[in-house]
Design a protein around this ligand. Structure first.
Ligand code: NAP
Length: 359
């Protein structure tokens, strides 16, 4: 086994896309119980944006290669790994480190790519699908025919949620930020009488509009589960839209996405705007939860990474759902990571964004 020269994207000092740089380095042979993967695709996650901009708390100190998922080919193995892995097409999740042309990862969460899936589809699958599955099943306790509100329904997590919810016969109101995304979802799911979609803005009459939308597909008028990845001005409408015993699952805060690049001096105005939003972020009184008989819960999938058994159980449960592979995928070259993240941050993207690694 030899070392391997690789290209990486490195956050030298979080705070600005300007500090996000490409470097070359030597990757040592895979340690025991690890495999070395020749990466074909790297999956982008919203956490990567927050990480590069220094707004993500769940990261170790110091220089860091971001990236939570990948697909590729196993090209060498560490001690304790069966030779059967060599040459296999695989995908998986990593606790950071995926923005690289080669990676050494523990075999724990490396999965064999289904024969009928492309490497690009496999890369687009794990993080967002696990996230919404965990939100719906583990925290939301989803049951058949329940009413579910899904924000950013045309995003990576959003489309994964729709895919799961259609298998579970749920009645779904999905929100999006632009009318072009609305058209796209109506084209894809127009035939499904249990799905309907609305614009999220403006927040002030969102509650009424969401109720009206739900009335088209259900007589009850309120939701069993709300998947909230936006937060901010939509938090309280989301809460009010819950039935008694309903569950508001908070798993993202996209409305806190800074508009600028967050340079400490030249982008001071963006810092002020962000600080203002943060100070006025929604807060809830536990006494109110008891009185209203509602649940507000939240999570970060990264913490499950430590729990091999649970994470693999989720993978297995998802496998039995036989979901179609992700269908909306935007591809950028590996060298275009900054452009890809900038596009992602714009809020215009539909589905998943991946980086293609050319070897
Ligand atoms: N907790 C976890 O473990 C976990 C794991 C994965 C993802 N997440 C969260 O889940 C959410 C979705 O992730 P994703 O990777 O699938 O991303 P995504 O939904 O594909 O993209 C983010 C979307 O957020 C919406 N958005 C709302 N306000 C925005 C703003 N001010 N600026 C930019 N975009 C804004 C935009 O869609 P619309 O305007 O159409 O709504 C945008 O397309 C993110 O908040 C992410 O942080 C959490």
């Amino acid at each position: 086994m030899t070392t391997q020269t690789r290209k990486i994207w490195l956050v030298e000092k979080a705070g600005s896309f300007n500090n996000f740089k490409q470097e070359h380095e030597e990757l040592p042979p895979p340690p025991p119980k690890h495999v070395r993967i020749k990466v074909k695709f790297v999956g982008l996650n919203y956490a990567d944006i927050f990480l590069v901009l220094g707004l993500y708390s769940a990261v170790p100190e110091g220089k860091l290669i971001p990236g939570l998922e990948y697909s590729g080919i196993v090209e060498s193995i560490g001690d304790g790994i069966s030779e059967d892995w060599l040459g296999k097409r695989v995908y998986g999740v990593s606790r950071f480190c995926s923005y690289a042309t080669y990676i050494n990862v523990p075999v724990t969460y490396v999965k064999k790519t289904p024969d009928n899936w492309t490497d690009q589809q496999a890369c687009a699958y794990p993080v967002q699908t696990l996230t919404v599955y965990y939100a719906l099943e583990e925290l939301g306790r989803l049951k058949p025919n329940q009413n579910v509100l899904v924000h950013s329904a045309a995003g990576g997590c959003g489309l994964a949620a729709l895919s799961i919810l259609s298998k579970k016969s749920a009645k779904v109101v999905g929100t999006v930020g632009t009318s072009s995304k609305l058209d796209l979802l109506n084209q894809k799911y127009g035939e499904n009488p249990k799905f309907t979609f609305i614009l999220r803005e403006p927040a002030k009459d969102f509650e009424d509009r969401a109720k009206q939308a739900l009335l088209k597909i259900d007589q009850g008028g309120l939701f069993d589960i709300v998947l909230d990845s936006v937060m901010g001005d939509w938090f309280w409408p989301n809460y009010n839209l819950l039935k008694k015993e309903g569950k508001l699952v908070v798993y993202g805060s996209a409305s806190f996405t800074p508009t600028g690049n967050l340079h400490p001096i030249s982008d001071i105005i963006h810092w002020i705007k962000l600080g203002w939003k943060y100070i006025w972020r929604p807060k809830i009184d536990p006494m109110q939860l008891m009185q209203d008989n509602k649940t507000v819960t939240g999570f970060n999938l990264i913490h499950l990474y430590e729990s091999e058994e649970r994470m693999n159980k989720l993978f297995e449960q998802l496998r039995t759902l036989e979901l179609d592979p992700p269908s909306k995928i935007n591809e950028f070259e590996f060298d275009q990571a900054v452009e890809a993240l900038t596009y992602f941050k714009s809020g215009k993207s539909v589905g998943k964004i991946v980086l293609r690694v050319q070897h």
